[in-house]
Design a protein around this ligand. Structure first.
Ligand code: CMP
Length: 241
């Protein structure tokens, strides 16, 4: 969990509020933040819009302000591997700006999304002029590597119920909202997308969710998944290890 700085209330405060909450800019002097705020370009996307494709040339960094963006690698036969879902204040597209290689994955919105973009030149100039931003980028990359390691470990060591249980618990931990019934996992994903996140078929995911539904462990309503019994789901994960 990240700590959010309290909002500012002066002129230009709105743009500064945004920057304060982005890990890349934490600790940056106010004058530099103000200068940077003027360089950000706002963008809006409807749900299910492609932002860029794997292999594209990367010239822009995106900072998500609202919504959700799926990062995935498409296969030639139309399947896809979902690497991550990025949400509010997450960075997107930093890798190709850093190593000057093409985009390492594709990015598509899964909810209506608002973002701001920063050009490669301005992004690299932030890193050059502000050593704390270099540290912050390392933190982001290390966190992503850890999450990827965990996914590889799960793919090798857990069965489908274990992988699905762990993924639902992880999404709920990050984005979940408590409701009267239980915990809404907070991300609207199709069963196909859930399957793509854990390297399983949609049929296998559907079968497992239906079984848990009968056992009152989860409730599934269109793209809304609610965890009704967290302990039982944790047990499914533990049993799978
Ligand atoms: P870039 O390679 O420019 O374009 C694809 C983006 O997806 C990449 O930058 C990162 O921002 C993001 N990305 C790629 N791989 C992962 C991953 N394993 N976990 C989280 N985000 C990723």
């Amino acid at each position: 969990m990240t700590t959010r700085r309290s909002p500012t209330s002066d002129r230009g405060g709105e743009a500064l509020d945004l920057l304060f909450n982005v890990v890349l800019f934490r600790g940056m002097p106010r004058t530099m933040l103000l200068e940077l705020a003027s360089k950000l370009r706002p963008i809006r996307y409807r749900a299910h819009t492609d932002i860029f494709h794997e292999g594209d040339e990367g010239a822009t960094l995106y900072i998500i302000l609202k919504g959700a963006v799926k990062i995935f690698i498409p296969s030639l036969d139309g399947r896809e591997v979902v690497l991550a879902v990025h949400r509010k204040y997450d960075l997107l597209g930093e890798m190709s700006l850093l190593d000057d290689h093409p985009r390492s994955a594709s990015a598509t919105t899964i909810e209506d999304t608002e973002a701001v973009s920063l050009s490669r030149h301005d992004f690299l100039s932030v890193l050059d002029r502000h050593p704390e931003a270099q540290r912050a980028i390392i933190d982001v990359l290390v966190a992503r590597l850890r999450a990827t390691n965990q996914s590889i470990q799960d793919a090798y060591l857990l069965d489908v119920p274990g992988r699905l249980a762990r993924r639902l618990l992880a999404i709920a931990e990050e984005h979940g909202e408590k409701t009267d019934e239980g915990v809404d996992i907070g991300l609207r994903v199709s069963q196909q997308e859930l399957a793509n996140m854990i390297g399983a078929s949609r049929v296998a995911v559907n079968k497992q969710l239906q079984q848990w539904r009968k056992q009152d462990i989860v409730d599934v309503n269109r793209q809304r998944v609610t965890i009704l019994n967290t302990t039982a789901l944790e047990r499914e994960y533990a049993l799978s290890q």
